[in-house]
Ligand binder design. Structure first.
Ligand code: ADP
Ligand code: MG
Length: 186
């Protein structure tokens, strides 16, 4: 059994429904147990062409399958919810699910890098991650989520080109059982 953290994002279609459905399909996936969900955060898109704002959330799961099997299940969920692939990198998407970390494993295979190489620089990942795992420590950088948030905020404040990255606002409720923020679902 391994604890993994997943980042969900949607900026196309019914964004909240996409996240909610993703979590409910995830909860029914064999070998995966959903332990907790962050609230849903609305954020400006980072990278790529000008596009609509994202809804983002982080989900904590217990995995009884391998990291590559988990990635395959997540990609199936992306497809099921209408994701078109291949699409341009950073194109708008109905659903994106990234593996932020898989236990303390360091994975550098062709299809999977974990911890996710950009997780420590993205406020839209770190803030909801803090909600579900306030004591999270990055397995490679050995930094707490609190430190990574502080460092990222500082870097954003120092760089006008990154100002939009500071646009991360909570919405009401989470992707699962709306109205129970950061609740543990079992
Ligand atoms: P991105 O999430 O970077 O915007 P995609 O969702 O289209 O782009 O993913 C592109 C590829 O990234 C996937 O086919 C997957 O194999 C690979 N990948 C590498 N590391 C990860 C990870 N930690 N989580 C999810 N996908 C990953
Ligand atoms: Mg992805």
């Amino acid at each position: 059994m391994t604890t993994a953290y997943l980042a969900l994002g949607s900026n196309l279609g019914d964004r909240r429904r996409n996240l909610t459905r993703a979590v409910s399909v995830l909860a029914k996936t064999a070998g995966v147990r959903v332990l907790a969900c962050s609230r849903v955060w609305e954020t400006d898109a980072v990278g790529g062409p000008t596009q609509g704002r994202f809804l983002n959330a982080v989900v904590k799961v217990e995995s009884h399958i391998t990291p590559l099997e988990l990635l395959a299940r997540l990609q199936e969920i992306e497809f099921r919810l209408g994701r078109k692939r291949p699409a341009a990198k950073w194109a708008p998407r109905t659903l994106d699910i990234d593996i932020l970390s898989f236990g303390r494993h360091r994975i550098t295979s062709r299809n999977l890098t974990a911890p996710h190489p950009r997780m420590h620089t993205r406020l839209f990942v770190l803030i909801p991650l803090f909600e579900v795992a306030p004591r999270f420590v990055h397995p490679v950088l050995r930094k707490t989520v609190r430190t990574m948030i502080a460092e990222t905020r500082k870097a954003i404040a120092a760089d006008p080109a990154r100002a939009h990255e500071g646009s991360v606002f909570p919405t009401c409720g989470g992707p699962w059982r709306t109205g129970r923020p950061a609740s543990v679902v079992r």
